[in-house]
Design a protein around this ligand. Structure first.
Ligand SMILES: Nc1ncnc2c1ncn2[C@@H]1O[C@H](COP(=O)(O)OP(=O)(O)O)[C@@H](O)[C@H]1O
Ligand SMILES: [Mg+2]
Length: 266
């Protein structure tokens, strides 16, 4: 294991105004400290991975970033402007989309309907405004475009019910939905946890396509090879704090695990 000062020098921080920035976030649950002054910067065109042991504060951190929790202290900035999300809808309205660990897709609906769940488009004119008729054809066409743009070759037909899809395809639907509306940031919590090798690779490819489309991604994962394959930078949480931010170039997986567990310091 490399523990030389050189190998563990901090990762270079990208320049420019971060798309999303957290400054010294604090979140407590009674006596339990979930986050103890955590800062984070997400820059345009990067995949930032968040790793850490169970209970390190990963979920609490992303919940604070995505409006699911309101931090007790600290600041959240979007494009350099301070924001105060009162709930997940505020964050979504601001362009931050989250795919949570427990997949939020509706099995009985088809792919296109899942993409537009909660944001259904109505037909133009009186049909839509008065009779609330859905613009199914329009949504399907846009869903096809979206799937194509992201290079999701696994979703051939957007009219198929999601219950007939594999786990990886369902995950692809959830990611595609986030990508369709996450104009600023897409957050993925353990997107490959339940997937096989081939499906995992498809999701990793999707993450790279998202980045290619200019959307920065926050990826929470336990899978070190996946993290090291796609992440530009890696934020390591430990005991409610940021232990270090490293890169796949500056550190090995062994180094990352050592920092995660407290065996090494950055
Ligand atoms: N809603 C909650 N109520 C009480 N304690 C919580 C809650 N959410 C998280 N915690 C605690 O905060 C700490 C960080 O948890 P969490 O963010 O879920 O960690 P991770 O996602 O890294 O496993 C843990 O000690 C956990 O028990
Ligand atoms: Mg968690």
């Amino acid at each position: 294991m490399t523990t030389t000062a050189e190998a563990l020098s901090p990762a270079p921080t990208p320049t420019g105004v971060p798309v999303l920035e957290a400054k010294r976030l604090v979140k407590t649950f009674g006596r339990v400290v979930g986050l103890d002054g955590v800062s984070l910067q997400l820059h345009a065109g990067e995949v930032l991975a968040i790793i850490g042991d169970n209970g390190a504060g990963k979920s609490t951190l992303i919940k604070c970033l995505t409006g699911a929790y309101i931090p007790d202290d600290g600041q959240l900035l979007l494009d350099g402007q301070e924001v105060h999300f009162k709930g997940p809808q505020d964050a979504r309205n601001a362009g931050i989309e989250t795919v949570y660990q427990n997949l939020a897709v509706s099995p009985a609906l088809d792919v296109a309907s899942n993409l537009y769940l909660g944001r259904e488009r109505r037909k133009p004119g009186i049909l839509g405004s008065v009779f609330r008729a859905l613009d199914t054809a329009g949504m399907r066409q846009d869903a096809r475009d979206q799937v194509l743009k992201l290079g999701i070759s696994t979703l051939q037909d957007v009219t198929v019910a999601v219950e007939n899809l594999s786990g990886g395809q369902r995950q692809a639907v959830a990611v595609a939905r986030a990508a369709a509306f996450g104009s600023k940031v897409v957050v993925l919590d353990e997107p490959t946890a339940a997937l096989g090798v081939r499906e995992s690779n498809q999701v990793l490819e999707l993450i790279e396509n998202l980045r290619g489309n200019g959307v920065p991604v926050i990826l929470i994962s336990h899978n070190m090879p996946h993290v090291f394959q796609v992440a530009d930078r890696i934020h390591i949480q430990r005991l409610g704090k940021r232990a270090a931010t490293i890169t796949p170039q500056s550190h090995t997986m062994t180094d990352a695990v050592a920092i995660m567990t407290g065996a090494a310091q950055a």
